[in-house]
Design a protein around this ligand. Structure first.
Ligand SMILES: Nc1ncnc2c1ncn2[C@@H]1O[C@H](COP(=O)(O)OP(=O)(O)OP(=O)(O)O)[C@@H](O)[C@H]1O
Ligand SMILES: [Mg+2]
Length: 315
């Protein structure tokens, strides 16, 4: 896969604050790339630099093989930004807002109208074309903010927490739309504090903290950095004739099993990360006539990775 965005040794100081501290990463063409990190980690600063909205102290950023300093004008045409702070005009209605932003990229007349309506349909605001932002709910404004960033059909879409305050149904709609945009050929950089969203749509994820790269990879790669196992703990009552040795031998014979321990009224089973299906083991448990009082599974996800690597859920 060709790199579409290359960030190398990027540094950004705001006075004494080092917001981005020697950050490097690449985004492949057609990828949905997640940028996550606690509050103040440097995500928005990085995004503002990539979108040429902010200056930087050191390093290089290339988009579509072009340096952002020497080719700022060409690069701006390729990018669509959905900023963290909602940036729409309160006195323009939804359609006028989207048309205004798309017109900045040279769209005109019937093409401009079609693109603006399509972008609004994309975020589920087709029924609200005439509505002004001040009449909209917070979630509607967020969706309008997204439509303004994508109407000109950008090659690179950068979204900074686009789903904050959006209800679950609209969020699903937005996440699905992002995947459709990618299928149409866009590359996406996506930041969010909602780990389930990032897990759901991002091909690769970078975790940043204090302006530095903490870890980078697919969700499965990140999970494998913090643990090698899924753990299932089964609460049971062992019958008097329970053959512990035979049970452990049979469970251990399954290829995905890493370990099994029997302790008081519990069986603890560790499986390979790729094994999330417990049904074979349950068969065996039935065979040994063990009642299943409860099963607790600890399957690590992006939340656990984030917590382990940054020490924070939200800061
Ligand atoms: N214009 C600015 N002037 C001074 N400091 C700034 C400015 N913008 C950001 N910072 C500082 O840079 C650091 C990184 O901020 P940034 O907004 O990039 O974080 P973030 O990862 O986007 O956080 P959040 O999840 O809260 O949006 C923070 O310490 C912040 O206070
Ligand atoms: Mg931010």
């Amino acid at each position: 896969m060709k790199n579409y965005v290359s960030v190398k040794n990027l540094v950004k100081h705001y006075g004494d604050v080092c917001a981005v501290d020697n950050l490097s990463f690449h985004v492949g063409e057609g990828e949905i790339f997640g940028l996550i990190g606690p509050n103040g980690a440097g995500k928005s600063t990085t995004i503002n630099i990539i979108t040429t909205l902010d200056s930087y102290t050191k390093g290089t950023v290339e988009i579509a093989g072009m340096n952002i300093e020497s080719h700022a004008a060409e690069i701006k045409k390729l990018i669509g930004v959905v900023p963290q702070e909602i940036a729409v005009y309160p006195h323009l209605n939804a359609l006028e807002n989207v048309k205004f932003f798309a017109s900045l990229y040279g769209l005109k007349g019937a093409e401009l109208d079609r693109a603006a309506r399509e972008a609004l349909a994309f975020v589920g605001l087709s029924e609200k074309l005439k509505m002004k932002p001040k009449q909209m709910s917070g979630g509607m404004k967020r969706r309008l903010n997204i439509a303004c960033g994508i109407a000109h059909d950008p090659k690179l879409i950068i979204m900074d927490e686009p789903t904050v305050g959006v209800d679950a149904q609209s969020r699903d709609h937005i996440l699905h739309s992002i995947q459709v945009l990618r299928e149409r050929g866009a590359t996406v950089i996506y930041t969010s504090h909602y780990m389930n969203e990032v897990e759901q749509i991002c091909d690769r994820i970078a975790i940043v903290d204090h302006g530095q790269m903490v870890a980078e990879g697919t969700c499965a790669e990140l999970v494998s950095m913090i643990t090698e196992f899924n753990t299932f703990t089964l609460k049971t009552r062992f019958p008097a004739n329970f053959d512990e040795k035979a049970f452990i031998k049979e469970v251990s014979a399954y290829p995905a099993i890493h370990g099994v321990t029997v302790h008081e009224d519990c069986v603890k089973i560790e499986t390979a990360l790729e094994c999330s299906d417990f049904s074979d083991i349950l068969e065996l448990i039935r065979k040994f006539r063990l009642p299943v009082i409860s099963v607790v599974s600890e399957i690590p996800d992006l939340d656990s990775v984030f917590l382990t690597l940054t020490g924070h859920e939200i800061r």
